[in-house]
Ligand binder design. Structure first.
Ligand SMILES: Cc1cc2nc3c(=O)[nH]c(=O)nc-3n(C[C@H](O)[C@H](O)[C@H](O)COP(=O)(O)O)c2cc1C
Length: 185
């Protein structure tokens, strides 16, 4: 598929992003059923409440990264991988992400205790390498069987996955506060 040229394509890589003023963080996530988007919104609210300017976007709505000084990029996990839109985003913007402070998060495991276990939940080594991310955090997710498509429901049945909302908002907030702390001048 032909890609649109990026708006930042002709800027020198060393161009200053913002001359002064507060750091603006892009919080962008890929979500199939909304649970990960809500995590992104929560991260955005926490950043804003600590004085860090943040913009929350769906990942496929973002193309120009020039005005952001730091990034929090996340995706829901399906079959061990980030969603395609999030993988494409990292593929396309990896260099820019690697040049500025970047954090990654995944939302996936379901149940009590969460399954899959952390080491089997998602493969992010390549994504971490491409973005030079400072950290990756794996958060528990939410599964609402009523909202799944036919194929997804069959898979979930096969894996006997639990249903429910296992997102740990306190953990998400604590992680976000560490980001805010790191970005403080
Ligand atoms: C078909 C299917 C496959 C999934 N595969 C994984 C997986 O490999 N690893 C994981 O941690 N979570 C997995 N999950 C759980 C989802 O990542 C979790 O429900 C997530 O919170 C969904 O986020 P979303 O609402 O933003 O799409 C799977 C869920 C479904 C329905």
């Amino acid at each position: 598929m032909a890609r649109k040229p990026s708006g930042t394509r002709f800027l020198p890589r060393t161009a200053p992003v913002v001359d002064d003023g507060p750091v603006t963080v892009l919080v962008a996530a890929a979500s199939r059923h909304g649970a990960t988007q809500e995590i992104a919104e929560s991260i955005g609210r926490t950043l804003t409440s600590t004085g860090v300017q943040a913009e929350v976007r769906k990942i496929d709505e973002v193309d120009d990264l020039a005005r952001y000084e730091a990034f929090v990029i996340g995706s829901a996990v399906y079959m061990g991988s980030w969603l395609e839109s999030a993988r494409d985003f990292v593929e396309k913007h990896g260099d820019e992400l690697a040049e500025r402070p970047t954090w990654l998060f995944s939302s996936g495991p379901i149940g009590e205790p969460p399954r899959p276990e952390a080491e089997h939940a998602v493969q992010v080594d390549e994504l971490r390498g491409k973005t030079n991310a400072r950290d990756h955090s794996l958060f528990a997710g939410k599964l609402d069987k009523g909202r799944l498509g036919f194929g997804e429901r069959a898979l979930v049945l096969a894996f006997r996955a639990a249903e429910g909302d296992f997102r740990d908002w306190a953990e998400i907030e604590a992680w976000t506060r560490e980001i805010a702390e790191a970005l403080r001048p």
